[in-house]
Design a protein around this ligand. Sequence first.
Ligand SMILES: Cc1ncc(COP(=O)(O)O)c(C=O)c1O
Length: 409
Amino acid sequence: MAQLAIKGGPKLFPKGWVGPRWPMYGEEEKRQLQEVLDGNVWGATGLGPKIRELNEKWAAYCGTRRSVALANGTVTMELALRAKGIGPGDEVIVPAWTFMATAIVVPQVGATPVFVDVDANNMCIDPARIEEAISERTRAIIPVHFGGHPCDMDRIMATARKHNLVVIEDAAQSHGAIWRGYKMGKFGDCGSYSFQQAKNLQCGEGGSVVTDDEELADRLLYSLSKFGRGTGKNYKPYTHYELAGNENMTEFTAAIVLAQLTRLEEQTERRAQRAQVLREWVSGIEGIEPLPVDPRVDRHGYHLFQFRYDKEAFGGLDKYAFAKAVTAEGVWCNTMYERPLYEEPMYDQERMIVKGTDIPIRVMPCPECERAAADLLCFPQTMLLAELDELEMLPSAIQKVQENVGELV
Ligand SMILES: Cc1ncc(COP(=O)(O)O)c(C=O)c1O
C-alpha cells in the first residue's frame, strides 16, 4: 500500500493548511469598516480621514517622515520612478529574481531594465554585481528585500552615492524587517510597500511609499496619483499640470490596513521566533538547507522561509515533484518563480516597444538566479504564525517524502 498521499496513501495533515486562516480579521476590522460606512467619506481621492491616519501611522512605524498610501505596491514604484524623472534613455538596475512587478515598472516609464544576479545567501540583489552593471545611462537601482531579508543597504547606498543613483527600495516582502536599526524604505530615496493579500501586512490590494523626502511625498500624494493636480499652492482640484492617472487607495482599504497594523509587530516577532525553531528542525534533514541570515540583520521580516533543496538526497526527485508531494500531505510547499525574469516571454527578447519608445533590455550573467529556479523552495509567512504542533508538520512532511521517495522515482 502507498504511503505518500500523492500516491493515494494517508495524508499526514488532513486539516490541509498549517497556520491560521489568512487573511485574518476580527472586531477591529469590523469596527474600522463600520466607521467608514457610517461616515460620508468613502473615497475622497485619497485624502480622507482613514488615509491620513494610515499615512501618519505607517510613516511612524517605518521611521520615515512621510508615507503615501496608493492603490498597490506596483504603482508605488512606477510613480516613484516618474517623480525622479526617470524615463526613455535611462537604465534601472533590478534583480533578476523577484516578482515581476519590480521590473515591469521600468519599461512602464520608458526606461531599460538591467537584470542583475542575486546573492545566493539571501536572494537579494548582489551589491558586487550592481557595480559591474553600471553604465553611463544608469539612473536608479530597485533593490528588493527578498522574502523579508534586508539587502546589504550599506554597500548599495555607498554605490548609489558614488554614482549619483536614485534608490527605490522594493519593500513589498519586508514589513517590519530591520537592518542595522532601521526599517526598510529608510535607506534609499524611498521605499515601496505592498499590502496585497499575501503580504505580511495586507488589505487585499494596496500599497504605500515611505520617504524622508517631503517634496517626493507631496508630488506622489497630490499630483502623480491625482490627475497631475500639482503640489503646494499650485494644487487645485480642477487644474492639471502633468500627465498622471488616478492611483488612490479607498477609505475602506485604508481602514483594513489600520486594523491589521495593530497585529503586525506581534506577528513579525512570532514569525521570527518560529523561523528559528523551524530552521533547527529542518537543518537536520539531509538535502534541506535553510538560507542563512546576515548577522547585520536586526530582524528578518520573514515573508518567506526559504530553503535549498538538494535532489540527490531525494533519489533525484526534482523540486517541483517534491513540492507537489509535500503539498499533497497537507503542507503547502511553494516552488516560487519558475525562471529568472529575463526568461519571461515578455523580456526574452533584445528590445521591446512601449508606447512608441524603443526600449533595449540588458541582462547581466545571473547564475544564482538560474540555480534558484532548480533548487529554491519556501514555506510562506502564514505558516510561521502556526502553533508548534502544526509547525512540526513541515519537517515531518519533508521526512515522510524522503523516506518514501521510492514511490516517486
Ligand atoms: C517583490 C514585490 N514587489 C512588488 C509587488 C507588487 O505589489 P502589488 O501586488 O501590491 O502590486 C510584489 C507582490 O505582489 C512583490 O512581491
